[in-house]
Design a binder for this molecule. Structure first.
Ligand SMILES: [Zn+2]
Length: 489
């Protein structure tokens, strides 16, 4: 960013809550079905149809709120947000306005600026103020592609109408595009972790908007802000914010106006474009939804939701550090994925050596995962299998390089460690009696060198080790060989 300027960024995230049915009716929530198949009088907005709140929405909303450090309000009120658009059959969206489901959130994320290669510089904690997360229904979709006569007609698919959303709004706390990027990734991961949302931006079940303005460092007032939409991935969002910061600074410096407007990210041309100006802004004429009671949430309900929630990633990371003695970096990498974290815990339990287990998982196993593009839940090596391999290395029966080869084979074939070790003939001879016999033979065959060694030429020790290893075809355990040779020589 240009010296003397700072950016002011606030984020809004719409997360689809992972329910089986819609928020105010029993229609299924699913993607890819026959257009308008999942509809009924309620979500079509037919006269006389009444909404009934889906309890599961409240449970998942509570999970989302708690995982983001928000306070769930005892009473929240649904409100009608009035506007006209073809994908909104009722002419209003049921949302929440002045009394949202949850508010006043404090969320600590880890964030870092990136160098020109996209590498993180210095990770540090940052506390974000989340103003609110309210519950609302989604609209349907206008379809402009892939159907007959799309030049002349717009098509409407209302399968999505009435899908439950949580809208998460932050204060304008972010100063760089990477802070916003790390925040959205944090929210995505946490929502997936607690099962509140699939939070997949490509599938559209997590959508984000950024409000961006710039000002001179030290200025207290905010200047005009631009709302960025159509951000289909976290990376595009980061690029769009970055572009917008530079565009606004250049405009201010040139004495040009920065208009309060909505802009889209143009992926092809790597820039933002005007979608609509402030003049088109809606007056939504909110008023309380007369067909729904205020939503009252008891403390017992909140306690139950808390009990049913999995341990959150940050809590788990701190526990890994404290209980297993892992470093901050290792623990963070493990909890980056809930399944990976659970896999690690199982391996650590079997090996009783958490540090070594973490090394194997973050080293060799992660390499295999990256090479194959597979997720931890889709691999043939079970946590128990890996634990057996790690114990085999620990016992000295095979060495580290052999173990890496064994793991690669296990990964590809699904065979167990003992099977692969046997097949490859890797089993080391650690049997002292067997090694003593080889040492004896080597000493008899090399009497001259034995005499020289005993006469003070200690450099010959390596020669004996080499001879014994050769006689055992490389299978003798080097530790045992050393010990026996020292004793006998
Ligand atoms: Zn319906």
């Amino acid at each position: 960013m240009k010296q003397g300027w700072e950016a002011v960024i606030g984020m809004e995230i719409h997360a689809q809550l992972a329910t089986a049915t819609k928020i105010f009716c029993g229609c299924a929530v699913e993607t890819g079905g026959e257009p308008n198949a999942n509809t009924c009088p309620v979500c079509l907005g037919l006269p006389g149809a009444l909404p009934v709140l889906n309890q599961r929405v409240v449970e998942l909303g509570a999970r989302a709120a708690l995982s983001l450090g928000l306070e769930i309000q005892e009473t929240s009120v649904f409100a009608r947000k009035n506007y006209f658009y073809p994908d909104l059959p009722k002419g209003y969206q049921i949302s929440q306005y002045d009394r949202p489901f949850s508010a006043n959130g404090q969320l600590t994320i880890m964030t870092a600026e990136r160098d020109e290669h996209g590498r993180a510089e210095q990770w540090q904690p940052m506390t974000i103020h989340i103003q609110r997360m309210h519950l609302e229904e989604d609209a349907g979709k206008n379809v402009h592609e892939g159907l007959p006569d799309v030049e002349r007609f717009s098509y409407i698919d209302l399968n999505r109408a009435g899908t439950p959303l949580g809208e998460i709004v932050t204060s304008p706390d972010f100063r760089t595009s990477w802070q916003a990027y790390d925040y959205v990734n944090h929210v995505r991961r946490v929502l997936q972790w607690v099962g509140a949302s699939d939070a997949d931006m490509e599938k559209g079940n997590l959508r984000c908007e950024a409000n961006v303005s710039v000002r001179k460092v030290g200025e207290a007032e905010f200047r005009n802000k631009v709302e960025l939409k159509n951000l289909n991935s976290v990376r595009f969002m980061q690029k769009a914010i970055e572009f917008e910061i530079e565009r606004q600074i250049a405009a201010h410096e040139a004495g040009e106006a920065v208009n309060q407007e909505t802009r889209l990210w143009d992926e092809k041309n790597n820039c933002t474009r005007v979608m609509r100006s402030k003049e088109d802004a809606h007056d939504y004429r909110y008023f309380p939804e007369p067909d729904l009671q205020p939503l009252v949430v008891t403390s017992e309900f909140i306690e139950r939701v808390k009990r049913e929630m999995p341990e959150l990633p940050d809590t788990m990371r701190d526990r890994f550090i404290e209980v297993y003695g892992l470093g901050y970096g290792e623990a963070s990498q493990l909890v980056a994925d809930k399944d990976l974290a659970e896999y690690f815990e199982t391996v650590a339990r079997f090996t009783a050596n958490p540090k070594l287990s973490a090394n194997w998982i973050l080293g060799e196993l992660t390499r295999e995962l990256n090479n194959s593009g597979k997720h931890i839940t889709k691999i043939l090596v079970t946590a128990e299998d890996l634990a057996v391999l790690i114990k085999t290395v620990e016992s000295g029966a095979i060495n580290n390089n052999q173990a890496k080869e064994v793991l690669a084979e296990m990964f590809g074939s699904g065979k167990t460690a003992p099977e692969v070790v046997k097949e490859k003939g890797f089993e080391q001879v650690s049997d002292v009696a067997a090694i003593e016999k080889i040492v004896d033979d080597v000493m008899v065959a090399n009497q001259v060198n034995v005499d020289a060694y005993r006469g003070g030429n200690e450099k010959l020790f390596g020669f004996f080790v080499g001879q014994v290893m050769k006689a055992s075809q490389g299978k003798a355990n080097p530790g045992v060989v050393n010990e026996v040779l020292k004793r006998k020589l």
